[in-house]
Design a protein around this ligand. Structure first.
Ligand code: NAP
Length: 452
């Protein structure tokens, strides 16, 4: 029987574990640095997207399959090293994603009030490493980027407390969003509508948010020749443009909150002395290659908060090759390339393999490719020297690691359901690690008991 470790229990890791147990006689340990499984399904999907969150039920089925173990609260590089993994497993699949934000590289980016969408998402999803407090006293917020994450953060900011109270967001998040003073949210795209990365379903949702006017300047929907050709050849882009054009023609209803969708505006500087007071923008046009070039036409946007939502980036794992330019691990069909040589025994899947692109389902085919490579290599894998399944648990115990098993995760779920029930919602997330660990060990959860 093969013994395989999968690092990361998000969709890529769990799909890889599922593909492995389906196709081979294999024991899989899915290791995650968090006490809870499901990666961005738990800590990236917006709380008002319960249908996408429900993918966790399918992922749970895989983690409950005989032969698969969940070992949570274990960090590779801290609790266990790469060399240890090679002692206990014939192969290791790294599927730890892309956990940090990309930066803009403009002056003022680090002023108080300027932060990453990644941090804001982690906060409203109750990630245990996110700050517990998020200052929401801005009346005007600029969200930079035109991807689905930008839409998520703008939508959560735009929604009323009433719209969010039935979600699983932690209590302190609901309270802070309920007290938010935001009135204007500006979505800033450096290119045009034909280059926007969002998907139509997610875009359309804005038009349906109660109490919000969506404002689009029809002049910013003008298309150059290349953009016209792109839209003619891509039904998603065409549908996006239809939605935006409808909004551009819609009369304003005078709602208390407004989302301004801006194209062809490049952020030049985050303004302010001690905190954010605005954003300096330069108008752009597209060159022949479709890149944004500045027109020199500058404008200032009043904003007390700036959220950059310009993509995620992977982090290196000690001992594993890493390409700083792409933020991924160099690989061929999932096999890690080390010093120019394709390895046997080390693999990657998901965002750390291909970069932060695609939707959750994209990880299924991605993981399948990696697993096919691993199983093709099965006869030549460097075999684990310690094959007793308990050996890794003994080592972790010796090192003082507090492993959260699947039973521990089920105990967390029960506590979160109980916390939610008391407030008339299906569950309320516990947002701190100590609280998660207490719940995993059968003690009461760590969420505060002051209801939103
Ligand atoms: P993304 O789709 O890659 O979008 C990043 C945006 O940032 C693009 O509009 C990009 O514009 C812009 N950008 C990059 N660098 C910039 C700069 N220096 N200045 C100004 N703008 C800049 O990334 P994402 O929104 O983080 O999403 C990551 C992945 O997760 C995507 O595949 C997304 O579909 C997925 N996701 C899906 C859902 C869902 O299905 N509901 C929800 C969330 C996330 P350019 O094109 O000009 O570079």
């Amino acid at each position: 029987m093969l013994r395989i470790a999968v690092i990361g229990s998000g969709p890529a890791g769990v799909y890889a574990a599922g593909a492995l147990v389906q196709q081979a006689d294999v024991a899989v340990d899915v290791i995650d640095r968090l006490p809870s499984p499901f990666g961005l399904v738990r800590y990236g999907v917006a709380p008002d997207h319960p249908k996408i969150q429900s993918i966790s039920a399918a992922l749970a089925k895989v983690l409950e399959t005989p032969g698969v173990r969940f070992l949570g609260n274990i960090e590779v590089g801290t609790d266990i090293q790469l060399a240890d993994l090679h002692r206990f497993y014939d192969g290791v699949i790294f599927a730890h994603g892309a956990s940090v934000d990309r930066r803009l590289g403009i002056p003022g980016e680090d002023l108080p009030g300027s932060t990453s969408a990644t941090d804001f998402v982690a906060w409203y999803c109750g990630h245990p490493d996110a700050p517990q407090q998020f200052r929401l006293d801005a009346s005007s917020v600029a969200v930079i980027g035109m991807g689905n994450v930008a839409l998520d953060v703008a939508r959560i900011l735009a929604k009323s407390h009433e719209d969010l109270r039935s979600t699983d967001a932690p209590d302190h998040v609901l309270r802070a969003l309920g007290a938010s003073r935001v009135e204007d949210i500006h979505l800033i795209g450096r290119r045009g509508p034909a280059q926007a990365k969002f998907t139509t379903k997610e875009l359309r949702e804005f038009g349906e948010v109660a109490g919000v006017d969506v404002i689009v300047d029809p002049r910013e929907l003008g298309l150059d020749e290349a953009s016209q050709a792109a839209i003619a050849g891509d039904p998603v882009l065409k549908r996006n443009l239809d939605v935006l054009s409808e909004w551009a023609a819609r009369p304003l209803a005078g709602h208390p909150r407004r989302v301004h969708v801006r194209f062809l505006q490049r952020p030049v500087e985050v303004l302010g002395d001690t905190e954010v007071t605005g954003l300096l923008l330069e108008g752009t046009e597209l060159d022949a290659a479709g890149n944004a070039t500045g027109t020199g036409l500058m404008s200032t946007l009043d904003a007390q908060m700036v959220l950059r939502s310009v993509g995620y980036r992977g982090l290196p794992v000690q001992g594993l090759p890493f390409d700083e330019t792409t933020g991924t691990v160099p690989n061929v069909e999932g096999r890690v390339i080390r010093d120019g040589v394709v390895t046997r025994g080390e693999y990657v899947a998901g965002w750390i393999k291909r970069g932060p692109t695609g939707v959750i389902g994209t990880n299924k085919s991605d993981a399948k490719e990696t697993v096919a490579s691993l199983l093709d290599d099965a006869a030549t894998l460097p075999p684990a020297t310690e094959r007793d399944p308990d050996a890794v648990l003994r080592l972790l115990k010796e090192r003082g690691a507090d492993v959260v098993t699947w039973d521990g995760w089920r105990a967390i779920q029960l506590t979160e359901a109980r916390l939610g029930e008391a407030q008339g919602r299906a569950r309320a997330k516990i947002a701190d690690r100590a609280g998660l660990l207490r719940a995993a060990h059968g003690d009461e959860g760590g969420a505060d008991d002051d209801p939103p």
